[in-house]
Design a protein around this ligand. Structure first.
Ligand SMILES: Nc1ncnc2c1ncn2[C@@H]1O[C@H](COP(=O)(O)OP(=O)(O)OP(=O)(O)O)[C@@H](O)[C@H]1O
Length: 325
């Protein structure tokens, strides 16, 4: 590795987040068992897993709140154990539980944060204004946070997390408990952050439609990363499209699928199902070659739901304590 000159910022070409063989146990519970993660600069990275899989522990280690037992974590090139101060300067945090002071105004909450981070007074006013623009709260600058909706509070927390220009913004379930419209709105801001601020966004979510919007995702189960890649890459592991058929004679359809198309069909509720590589291309071939009247054909492409089920043995929506998405 190239030696750094005094005062040189390592973060310029280092990955935003790097974790190698990270372990953490709490008395008797091996919560994180050899996690490897690489997040590139500017990526929006989704971290998924069933309840108790080790997400919060991993994030807490990345944010210097919990010390790893072994392994290595670097944020923008700085080690979380050796260079904790450098790491903290480079990250922003948005937790599930709000940490805003509701008795203060929007601007006061932000200025308080700027003081904590030792931001020069001369730049604070302008930075506060541009962050409030980013999350659409400029008009509410002097209102007390106590008067805000859940979505507005979350937006303010995002603005606060970004105020000191972190390299990585960590968000733990940023949209949990919000209605679908507000969730969509938060995502508009998250995308804007990635574009305008060139900030890496690392977030946990239980919503697969949100994971779908990430550049890359990792799935953790029982303390281990079981899959990592773009949503498209992970879905391609599941591979096949599913074609569900309702026909006039399902038994005959199964025979024809086997004899003519070499496909093993399985019975499903009210019909039969086969798996093929490219459903859209196969449907016309099937319809002309089946010889059995078809009432209905449905093609389902692999989803992240199936990816999650494949790797964890659980449907993400079945995880206890998770509102249906
Ligand atoms: N402070 C602690 N002391 C003891 N055990 C803990 C502690 N924090 C977490 N654990 C245990 O470590 C495991 C991983 O927990 P963690 O909170 O990291 O999972 P998670 O994926 O974030 O779960 P959730 O989605 O429910 O927040 C769980 O078995 C949990 O009970």
């Amino acid at each position: 590795m190239r030696r750094l000159r005094r005062g040189e910022d390592r973060s310029a070409d280092a990955p935003a987040v790097l974790a190698r063989d990270v372990h953490k146990s709490y008395r008797g519970v091996h919560a994180v068992r050899g996690v490897d993660i690489t997040v590139r600069r500017g990526e929006t990275f989704g971290f998924l897993g069933p309840n108790g899989a080790g997400k919060s522990t991993t994030i807490a280690m990345m944010c210097t709140l919990v010390r790893p037992d072994s392994g290595r974590i670097e944020i923008a090139g700085y080690d979380v154990v050796r260079d904790g101060h450098q790491v903290r300067r480079r990250l922003g945090l948005v937790f599930q539980e709000s940490t805003l002071d509701t008795d203060l105004t929007t601007a006061e909450n932000l200025t308080f944060h700027a003081d904590l981070y030792g931001m020069p007074r001369a730049v604070v006013a302008e930075r506060v204004a541009s962050m409030l623009d980013l999350v659409g709260l400029r008009e509410r600058r002097d209102d007390r946070v106590a008067t805000f909706s859940g979505g507005m509070r979350r937006r303010l927390e995002i603005a606060r997390g970004l105020l000191h220009r972190p390299r990585v913004l960590f968000l733990d379930e940023p949209t949990v408990g919000l209605d679908p419209q507000t969730r969509a709105e938060i995502w508009t801001y998250l995308r804007r952050i990635a574009e305008q601020e060139a900030t890496t966004v690392f977030l946990t979510t239980h919503y697969l439609d949100e994971a779908e919007q990430c550049d890359r995702i990792a799935i953790i189960d029982e303390g281990r990363i079981v899959a990592q890649g773009t949503p498209a890459e992970l879905k391609s592991v599941i591979g096949a499209d599913r074609i569900a058929l309702r026909t006039d004679d399902d038994a005959a359809a199964v025979r024809v699928l086997r004899d003519r198309f070499d496909l093993a069909a399985t019975a499903i509720d009210g019909g039969v199902q086969v798996q093929v590589a490219d459903g859209a291309r196969f449907v016309p071939v099937l319809c002309s070659g089946l010889d059995v009247p078809i009432f209905e054909v449905t093609v389902t492409r692999p989803s992240l739901d199936e990816v999650f089920l494949h790797y964890t043995g659980r449907a993400i929506r079945d995880a206890p304590g998770v509102p249906a998405g």
